[in-house]
Ligand binder design. Structure first.
Ligand code: ZN
Length: 320
């Protein structure tokens, strides 16, 4: 089935409402989401810190995002900052981003953590840093990229190329379970383009990588992913030990990217639960993302606790 495009059902702008009302915080759907989860093991394996460097953080953004003659970039910047509830009047973009993230985290039990990605500069074939190709840069000191444009080198996002790292013994987490875009099937003489998700699925089933290859499920429930990818992720319980929870924050706050009603229409959610999720999202997109993933079901199949309790994955040294 084809992926939906973005949706306008949820409006364009994140309403950025304040603290979660008690009625939602103690809602039966939220309590069910937490049931059995050890909060101190809940590490969000894919979240973003973004900023402009106005706090001395070392973050940078491309000047293009302020130039009227690059309207796409200007709109993208606005959408991302709105998702993170950074107002145009913020004294410091860096500070407002962090403050909002902290207040969203306050709705989670003590012990939950977020792993914030650095965002490298784009580099050219000669290894030279290209600030002109770089949308955001987040220094490390604190697949097919679609949320922000990079160097236009999506060919390097082919999941099958991950075999090089796996063969060298590296543990690899494929972001978003490669759930967006197409890549060349370099295993076949025709080298036809195939959904990147199918190529990642092929690697997941290859015997040699069972202890090394993983996927994070951030963004899989976004409106621009295929229903088929969602169904596979929920139903392949033999993969669940190798899937990791990630929110891809701040994207759960980009309103056109999620449509709980559409997930209900796919049969993954109860219509009443979709409504509760929508109300949670208006206050806390991060909690929305967690409760959504804990609520989706196909018959008896659901995303189990172990996908969300990722702490041990990051803290335990593994030996092949
Ligand atoms: Zn991301």
């Amino acid at each position: 089935m084809p992926a939906r495009a973005m949706t306008l059902r949820e409006g364009l702008r994140n309403p950025c409402l304040g603290a979660l009302p008690a009625e939602l915080a103690s809602h039966e759907l939220v309590r069910a989401a937490w049931d059995g989860i050890a909060a101190d093991k809940l590490w969000d394996a894919h979240a973003h810190l973004l900023g402009t460097g106005d706090s001395g953080s070392g973050c940078t953004e491309n000047a293009r995002m302020h130039e009227r003659w690059h309207p796409g970039d200007v709109v993208r910047r606005r959408a991302i900052l709105n998702a993170a509830c950074v107002g145009s009047d913020a004294v410091s973009v860096d500070g407002a981003y962090l403050q909002r993230l902290r207040s969203l985290a306050d709705d989670f039990p003590i012990g939950a953590r977020w792993l914030l990605y650095a965002f490298d500069h784009a580099h050219d074939d000669a290894g030279q840093r290209r600030t002109d190709w770089t949308t955001f840069h987040v220094p490390n000191a604190c697949g097919e990229e679609k949320a922000v444009p990079g160097a236009g080198r999506d060919d390097l996002g082919n999941p099958l190329l991950v075999r090089h790292a796996l063969s060298a013994g590296v543990r690899v987490i494929v972001a978003h379970a490669a759930s967006l875009g197409h890549a060349r099937d370099i295993d076949q003489p025709s080298q036809a383009m195939r959904p990147a998700f199918d190529l990642w699925a092929r690697l997941m089933d290859e015997h040699d990588w069972q202890t090394q290859l993983f996927g994070d499920i951030s963004a899989v429930f976004q409106a621009n992913r295929t229903p088929q990818a969602r169904r596979v992720v929920i139903q392949r319980d033999d993969w669940h030990a190798r899937l990791l929870h990630g929110s891809d924050y701040p994207l759960p706050g980009v309103m056109p990217l999620y449509a709980p009603d559409a997930l209900a229409a796919e049969g993954l959610l109860d219509a009443r639960d979709a409504d509760v999720l929508r109300r949670i999202r208006a206050h806390n997109p991060l909690l929305f993302d967690f409760v959504l993933k804990r609520s989706v079901r196909i018959g008896e199949s659901r995303l189990p606790r172990r996908i969300f309790e990722t702490r041990d994955f990051f803290t335990q040294t593994r030996h092949a």
